[in-house]
Ligand binder design. Structure first.
Ligand code: ZN
Ligand code: ZN
Length: 374
């Protein structure tokens, strides 16, 4: 049976060969090889990348989920197992998640004949795109699940720390884009053009007024512009500009209101400056919502296996595509300490591997507890 050292080796190999969302072909093959070497069944599903494995017997089943994709980031951590795929990095710790869920699968495989039901292990692609969960749920392989369990490693929590809350635990994550079409001209003859760069400046200010001027002091939301571009030289008025950013919110009404305000700002500025503005709003994952009973169970189990458990006062503003499961099945998603100086999605993100000591205990115990319930 694989031990802690094997979990570390798995993690390091995944880390060395990261793949972008929807392109996790080698990762899927590697997962398949490991699972098959322990005689674990892989379900025959129409998936390009990712997979669902299964152990146990009987009608009822519990699902455990990990994500498998990496990010388009140039790694700046100097490890002997640093990314060999330039410009791609496991900067969200999905390598940790995969290693730990493989550990859970192999450990439960050891006691398979004693299991009071089945366990399905979800190795989900494309989490970072915000819709990979649907590739799995569309296969119907999780329909009827008693519970779906998941976690994220979390850098500001120390090793041995565990945080959770019932209800909403992560925000919805949306993306917006503005495509501004003006009229180019010689930089010295602005009257002959319609300068999209001026519109861009106004747009940045206006967008930042939504949270400060349209939301009450008690509403929580974030609007951030992450990319702005226009023009490519010093003496030409550009003919187009581009802006994109993200909206994080916790409440469906506020989410709708922000979307409407972004559109109204685009339309208003188009009129005011006589340019064309296309506003595109992409609704990505919704908020992850934890089931109350499962949250209480998670707390009990976490304490049982030795975690120091804290109950979160508020949800996090990060998005998590686990919402694709929590919207459809009773679920619980938790945060487990990985103690890194740098945050998730940072080129220096370097989780403490000792997180792999206890994560498997939590899921192994939790799964057995749920399957043994009448
Ligand atoms: Zn991420
Ligand atoms: Zn992640």
């Amino acid at each position: 049976m694989p031990q802690y050292e094997d979990y570390i080796n798995w993690r390091r190999t995944f880390h060395q060969y990261p793949e972008l969302s929807e392109y996790e072909y080698e990762t899927t093959k590697r997962l398949r090889r490991i699972l098959e070497s322990y005689d674990i069944t892989i379900l025959d599903l129409p998936l390009e990348t990712g997979l669902v494995a299964e152990i146990g017997q009987g009608d009822s089943f519990v699902a455990v989920r990990t994500d498998i994709d990496a990010l388009p980031i140039n790694e700046q951590v100097e490890n002997e197992f640093a990314s060999t795929n330039e410009g791609v990095m496991h900067a969200c710790g999905h390598d940790i998640h995969m290693a730990s869920i493989l550990a859970v699968a192999t450990r439960l495989k050891e006691v398979e004949s004693d299991l009071n039901g089945r366990v399905r292990f979800i190795f989900q692609p494309a989490e970072e795109l915000g819709y990979g969960a649907f590739y799995i749920t569309d296969t119907k392989a999780i329909d009827g699940a008693k519970a779906v369990l998941g976690y994220h490693n979390y850098p500001t929590l120390d090793i041995g720390e565990f945080a959770v809350k019932s209800g909403v635990i992560t925000s919805s994550v949306d993306r917006f884009e503005y495509k501004i079409k003006g009229t180019g001209a010689h930089a010295a003859k602005p009257e002959q053009g319609n300068d999209p760069v001026i519109v861009l400046g106004q747009l940045i200010n206006s967008v930042q007024s939504i949270v400060s001027r349209n939301m009450s002091a008690f509403d929580n939301a974030v609007v951030t512009i992450g990319e702005v571009s226009s023009g490519n030289t010093w003496n030409v008025i550009a003919d187009h500009a581009y802006v994109q950013g993200t909206v994080r919110s916790f409440d469906e009404d506020k989410r709708n209101e922000i979307e409407q305000r972004l559109k109204a700002i685009g339309d208003g500025l188009a009129k005011a400056f006589n340019v064309e503005i296309e506003t595109i709003y992409h609704r990505l994952p919704g908020a992850v919502v934890n089931d109350e009973k499962l949250t209480n169970d998670a707390i009990t189990v976490a304490k049982e296996v030795g975690y120091n458990v804290s109950i979160m006062d508020e949800p996090l503003t990060i998005g998590e595509d686990f919402s694709g499961f929590s919207q459809q099945y009773p679920s619980v998603f938790v945060f487990i300490g990985s103690n890194s100086e740098y945050d998730l999605h940072h080129p220096k993100y370097d989780p403490d591997e000792r997180i792999l000591e206890k994560v498997p205990d939590y899921f192994v115990t939790f799964v057995q507890k749920l399957l043994n319930e009448v």
